[in-house]
Design a protein around this ligand. Structure first.
Ligand code: GLA
Length: 690
């Protein structure tokens, strides 16, 4: 894989929103799907809604180049000129998101493959092997053409590379991928002996004599080598990132001052790409998030995604590149959003760091696979509640323009780690039921319910500013990361580690001497055996830390507490009755807690409350259950914007005598003194001094 940009040569492009007054508002614009009269009406409607940024040409390769070498730029020239005339800025795509039919027919070898050899054919989208040199050449050629044609276009604000890279094909098992995997392994291990050592190939006669013998983990008679699987996850994320970088570097050579991004899918549902490695490669982080209509707590899932995006962006403001105005078309049952939900969703993203709110897509398609996916302009047209809501949202975002550039501050960190996600869910483990994200989300939800604003960070992050650090199922741990976590406790933080953490090193080799190896000394516990529970089995956990008594399932451990480690909750029944379930140890100026089981919601809630109190990271402003309060701060800390989002069906009051809210409410212009009423299902934003 090519690496062309060195840190020294990285240009500093202008900010993506340099030419915007306030927040960005818009969506994916696909005029190639529509006749001229509709395109003209688009401009009128965009003006009415106050749209100021659009993503253009994402899926336009086959329209621009219907036959190889035959280029039709007319419609795109006209689109950009018109948008510029209307004062709208453009996130211009590389048009590479889906290769045109002529390309896959001419070069079927660029099609990706599943582990069982199934070829993913053209006819949907994203049917390309991200590592294939032929595809890469064509994609770079298209990128170069677009960049050269529009390099000086005044509408150009930011380059949008491809689209949701890895969305449908996070891992490709084609021959091209196999060759690239071998190159990646050569770079990682240098010698085949080092690879053999890392992969533990003395087991099951897997010893490799040469890198040439190595394959991706293809469908095999039984479990594939776990380190091979883990490395293939790492490689696949890197290969997709390498594709992004290659296109980005091509754009940078032509337009060094234009920022480059791509739309990530930093959500609890996107396992393929290690976005903590991706973030630093984007000039501005952009994300796509869709709520799951069947999830009654979808606003918590949204908050998680927004916080993860902010973590990937290193705390900087980011672009919400896509979400939906109402229903999508790809869930089993696609319920529309409730009245007020779109506005609340949008402002929730802004509250958590977004400087732009964009949608898929501007106008709802009348043909194709996404025609039942909502858009800013619905099938029903302008005379619709949805359109009126879009106009209202535009107005709200204009009223909030001043929050742009401000940042969220948090003293609680939840550690999220893609290698642990991949590693903890490998086959041939103590329990097939363990789901990494289930633990991460359970802890996030518990903190959200307590009104704690949480940063999502990787295990190697600078943990200095955090008083509470939670590591759910952090399975793969390097020595450096283990030391980083221990240092946070020494320095005074409350550190919480949960089951199946610290088990293996980066090669997926077990850390010997008792679990959880990497954190054994920090936590002052030693586990001799895991004791996962059968499906449907649960045990009772007793102790003040879980509110007296709680239920636990999935996982228990035969754990012993060392001298000086306090057992704060134990199992009351089951095979491990009387054994520690939760422990606590004083470490330096801080504390280290171990939670060896999966607690039910109430137990976890009680424990989280205790931890939040111990760490002193509770919310600054009192709010009723279901009302979310988040603050963004100006750089100098002189001004803050308090966002209050009422996810309940009843009007709510935020702020209490000991935590008053005062300032100006920006959506209504009202002065606020002491407490703030947030209407049922609504949102309020108060500018406060400090
Ligand atoms: C993704 C894609 C869009 C569209 C939406 C539909 O986010 O990037 O092109 O398919 O999903 O929800």
């Amino acid at each position: 894989m090519r690496r062309r940009t060195t840190p020294e040569s990285t240009p500093s492009p202008r900010p993506w929103n340099a030419a915007l007054d306030g927040l960005g508002f818009g969506g994916d614009y696909n005029p190639e799907q529509w006749p001229q009269d509709v395109r003209l009406e688009d401009l009128e409607l965009m003006r009415e809604a106050g749209v100021n940024v659009l993503s253009v040409a994402i899926f336009s390769w086959a329209t621009i180049e219907p036959r190889e070498g035959e280029l039709d730029w007319g419609w795109l020239d006209e689109t950009l000129d018109r948008l510029h005339g209307a004062g709208i800025r453009v996130a211009l795509a590389t048009a590479t998101a889906s290769p045109p039919p002529w390309l896959t027919r001419k070069h079927p070898e660029i099609l990706p493959r599943l582990a069982d050899g199934t070829v993913l054919h053209q006819g949907g989208r994203q049917s390309y092997a991200v590592t294939h040199p032929v595809h890469r050449d064509y994609a770079l050629r298209m990128t170069t053409r677009i960049a050269e044609r529009y390099r000086d276009h005044p509408a150009l604000a930011v380059w949008h590379v491809d689209n949701e890279i890895g969305c449908h094909v996070p891992r490709d098992h084609s021959d091209a991928a196999a060759a690239a995997f071998r190159d990646w392994l050569r770079e990682r291990y240098s010698t085949v002996d080092a690879l053999n050592e890392a992969w533990g190939t003395a087991f099951w006669s897997q010893r490799y004599g040469s890198f040439d013998d190595v394959l991706p983990p293809l469908t095999a008679p039984t479990f594939a080598n776990p380190t091979q699987q883990l490395d293939f996850h790492r490689f696949s994320s890197d290969a997709l990132l390498d594709y992004y970088r290659d296109l980005r570097d091509t754009l940078r050579e032509i337009t060094p001052d234009v920022p480059v991004t791509t739309n990530l899918m930093a959500t609890a549902h996107c396992r393929g790409m290690d976005y903590f490695a991706w973030g630093p490669e984007l000039d501005v982080v952009a994300n796509d998030h869709y709520t799951m209509s069947a999830d009654p707590e979808r606003h918590v899932d949204l908050a998680f995604s927004a916080d993860l995006t902010r973590g990937v962006a290193g705390g900087a403001p980011w672009i919400l590149m896509e979400h939906s105005t109402s229903a999508v078309n790809w869930q089993p049952r696609n319920t529309p959003k409730a009245p007020g939900e779109m506005l609340r969703n949008s402002l929730q993203h802004v509250a958590r760091g977004a400087d732009a709110v964009m949608f898929f897509q501007w106008r709802q398609s009348r043909a194709g696979a996404e025609k039942y996916h909502s858009a800013m302009v619905p099938h029903a047209g302008r005379d619709s509640d949805l359109w009126r809501d879009v106009v209202t949202l535009g107005r709200a975002l204009r009223a909030l323009g001043e929050v742009r550039g401000s940042r969220v501050r948090s003293r609680a960190a939840l550690v999220m780690d893609w290698p642990s996600w991949w590693g903890s869910e490998l086959d041939s483990h103590p329990s097939q039921d363990l789901r990494y994200m289930d633990q991460v989300q359970a802890w996030y939800r518990a903190l959200w319910r307590l009104g704690v604003t949480t940063d999502l960070v990787p295990p190697g992050a600078d943990l200095d500013g955090y008083d509470l650090v939670v590591l759910p199922t952090t399975y793969v741990v390097t020595d450096a990361d283990a030391a980083n976590v221990a240092a946070a406790a020494e320095r005074g933080a409350t550190v919480v580690v949960t089951y199946f953490s610290g088990i293996v090193d980066e090669s997926d080799h077990v850390r010997l001497g008792g679990y959880p190896g990497a954190f054994r000394d920090l936590l002052g516990v030693r586990t001799e055996e895991f004791h996962p529970l059968q499906d449907g089995e649960s045990v009772r956990v007793v102790g003040k830390a879980v509110g007296g008594q709680a239920s636990a399932d999935l996982w228990t451990e035969r754990t012993r507490a060392a001298d000086g480690t306090e057992v704060v909750a134990s199992y009351e029944d089951g095979a491990l009755a009387g054994r520690p379930a939760i422990t606590r140890r004083e470490v330096g100026s801080g504390r280290a807690w171990y939670v060896a089981t999966r607690l039910d919601d109430a137990g976890l809630g009680a424990l989280a409350e205790l931890l939040v109190a111990e760490a002193g990271v509770g919310p600054e402003v009192a709010a009723p259950t279901g009302v979310e309060v988040v603050r963004r701060w100006s750089d100098d800390g002189a001004t803050s914007w308090l966002f209050a989002l009422n996810h309940t069906d009843a009007d709510a009051t935020v702020g209490a005598p000991d935590s008053p809210v005062a300032g100006v409410e920006l959506l209504t212009g009202d002065a606020v003194e002491g407490s703030l009423v947030v209407p049922a299902g609504g949102a309020r934003v108060v500018r406060a001094a400090g």
